[in-house]
Ligand binder design. Structure first.
Ligand SMILES: Nc1ncnc2c1ncn2[C@@H]1O[C@H](COP(=O)(O)OP(=O)(O)O)[C@@H](O)[C@H]1O
Ligand SMILES: [Mg+2]
Length: 296
């Protein structure tokens, strides 16, 4: 079964058609990079996938479950499978990193509380069962443990008491991924996740994302205009062109694309000198602790 099946997404802004029958399919565990020039509609497409933006037409399914496009909302049950990381991380400035990550977990628990009717209990997903059972005892410990685990996975555990402005951009991005992953989604959507990062933070961030993908088998759709990213992640690339998405292909096959625009873009892009990624072991070795700053 497909992890993501978005078909014929149309998005109009006034007279302008930003998305014109854009399609995307992803198998479970795949990483797909949506690549293309600025202003092409990449972020808009991702927001439609994440249920943040309502398309004019089209449908989105996650693992065969159709999302309600009439009421796009993170409350939609099909979208419980999906974590979203905004381009600017969107951490709440006056909350600690720990509380930032805890907030959506509490939000979901409250949502489950308000869905206690028996037929709701029967339809609730298995993943939420421990959350609900624990909730019967009124405890918060389970949620706090989830936050701790999510922070450990993204190597930001030591930053739990810090506020967003007290940590680096790279750490903010990691915290934002930890916040999305704490809900245990099967699909993770990332908008320009490496924008503005220095080379080392960038590499370690990518290694952590690659780890999540391997260990949790989470399907990832990532928007970027940096062409070395798909190489570093071993991801397929789908190009946003004229409001539509090309068929995802491995990076190397872009140069043979049937679409002239894709071939031109491929050739115009400066090839990275050092597209190679540090291995996960080396990254963890280098990062002696979660707060380890790059040694200049
Ligand atoms: N909420 C919005 N209001 C006005 N214009 C928007 C909005 N969302 C997107 N756009 C416009 O849609 C086009 C595509 O934007 P975007 O999806 O952000 O592109 P990309 O992420 O590829 O740079 C741009 O021209 C942008 O100005
Ligand atoms: Mg964008």
């Amino acid at each position: 079964m497909l992890a993501i099946d978005a078909s014929d997404i149309v998005f109009d802004l006034g007279d302008r058609r930003v998305l014109d029958h854009a399609k995307l399919q992803a198998e479970p565990g795949e990483i797909i990079c949506i690549w293309g020039p600025s202003g092409g509609g990449k972020s808009t497409f991702l927001r439609v996938l994440g249920g943040i933006e309502k398309p004019s037409l089209g449908s989105v399914r996650f693992f065969g479950r159709e999302c309600d496009m009439a009421k796009p909302s993170p409350l939609d049950e099909a979208r419980d499978e999906v974590g979203f990381v905004f381009q600017n991380s969107a951490l709440i400035f006056n909350m600690t990193i720990f509380d930032n990550i805890l907030l959506p977990l509490k939000f979901r628990r409250d949502k489950l509380r308000s869905h206690r009717r028996v037929h709701r209990l029967l339809t609730v997903s298995l993943r939420d069962l421990p959350l609900m059972l624990w909730d019967r005892h009124g405890g918060d410990r389970d949620l706090r443990e989830r936050v701790d685990r999510a922070m450990q996975n993204m190597l930001v555990y030591d930053l739990k008491g810090k506020f967003p402005h007290e940590i680096s951009l790279g750490m903010q991005k990691r915290a934002a991924v930890a916040r999305a992953m704490a809900l245990n989604p099967k699909v993770l959507l990332l908008d320009e996740p490496t924008g503005g990062l220095d080379p080392l933070s960038r590499q370690s961030f990518l290694a952590l994302v690659s780890n999540l993908n391997k260990l949790r088998n989470v399907t990832i759709v990532l928007v970027t205009h940096e062409l070395d990213l798909p190489q570093a992640l071993g991801a397929k690339v789908s190009v946003m062109h004229d409001g539509a998405l090309t068929e995802p292909v491995p990076f190397d096959r872009l140069r043979d694309s049937d679409v002239p625009f894709v071939r031109e873009l491929f050739l115009a892009e400066k090839r990275p000198e050092d597209g190679e990624m540090l291995t996960d072991e080396r990254i963890f070795e280098r990062l002696s602790g979660p707060q380890a700053a790059p040694k200049e």
